[in-house]
Design a binder for this molecule. Structure first.
Ligand code: AMP
Length: 217
């Protein structure tokens, strides 16, 4: 299956995409994770992307389309995929259609809907693992040991772009540049709208039901 997750920052895309990829045994690709890894490794891509990310701006389309193009050329999209955080603009959605070809195409675009107040609450209260990128909501799914990743034991810290002064800007950028992507898939009858509230388990059940897959493998 070729799937994309849409939704504002903090809507739970990463958490749900990771679970679904595990359930369907297909790769999960998060452009945000790839960019954060590039920043951490101080690659040319990372040095280029860092200033946009820190300011809550989108990295330019040609950079991010090139990144996904490399994954496709390496065969990483060949046996199905779940993209999380891409596409974020209409030109990115068009580029993805061109990359995966008309025949294979995108099967579903899953939109996690969460209202703005809840998003601000979540982004202000979350930590991520520097090593494996798992996100913890301090209110909804806290780690078992404070500051330590349950999955890999890595150190948990806030994301620089979850700073209060950047959050509002990221949400505006979403509304202006990424909401049109929802429309792009709606007009193609591919949009699956899911209420992104409740526990991660409850949300996952809705996603699975919407895709007609059972929750357990
Ligand atoms: P995320 O982890 O998905 O919230 O992404 C973190 C940051 O990475 C975003 O705020 C953007 O600066 C950048 N980014 C991630 N994915 C994209 C994309 N598809 N297009 C442009 N910028 C992106």
């Amino acid at each position: 299956m070729n799937l994309v997750f849409l939704g504002a920052p903090g809507s739970g895309k990463g958490t749900q995409a990771m679970r679904l990829a595990h359930r369907l045994s297909i790769p999960h690709l998060s452009t945000g994770d790839l960019l954060r890894a590039a920043v951490r490794d101080n690659t040319p891509l990372g040095r280029d992307a860092q200033k946009y990310m820190a300011a809550g701006e989108l990295v330019p389309d040609q950079v991010i389309i090139g990144l996904i193009g490399e994954k496709q050329a390496a065969g990483e999209l060949a046996r199905g995929f779940i993209l999380d955080g891409f596409p974020r603009t209409v030109p990115q959605a068009e580029a993805l259609d061109a990359l995966v070809g008309d025949g294979a195409g995108i099967d579903r675009a899953i939109l996690l809907q969460v209202d703005r107040d809840e998003i601000v609450r979540r982004l202000s209260n979350r930590l991520y693992c520097e090593a494996c990128q798992v996100i913890y909501g301090m209110a909804t799914n806290p780690p078992r040991r404070a500051g330590v990743c349950d999955r890999c034991g890595g150190r948990l810290r806030p994301r620089a772009d979850d700073a209060p002064d950047v959050i509002g800007h990221r949400l505006d950028v979403y509304r202006q540049q990424s909401q049109p992507v929802e429309e792009y898939y709606r007009t193609r009858s591919l949009l699956l709208m899911i209420a992104g509230v409740g526990t991660p388990d409850q949300i996952f059940s809705r996603v699975a039901a919407g895709l007609n897959v059972s929750v357990d493998a």
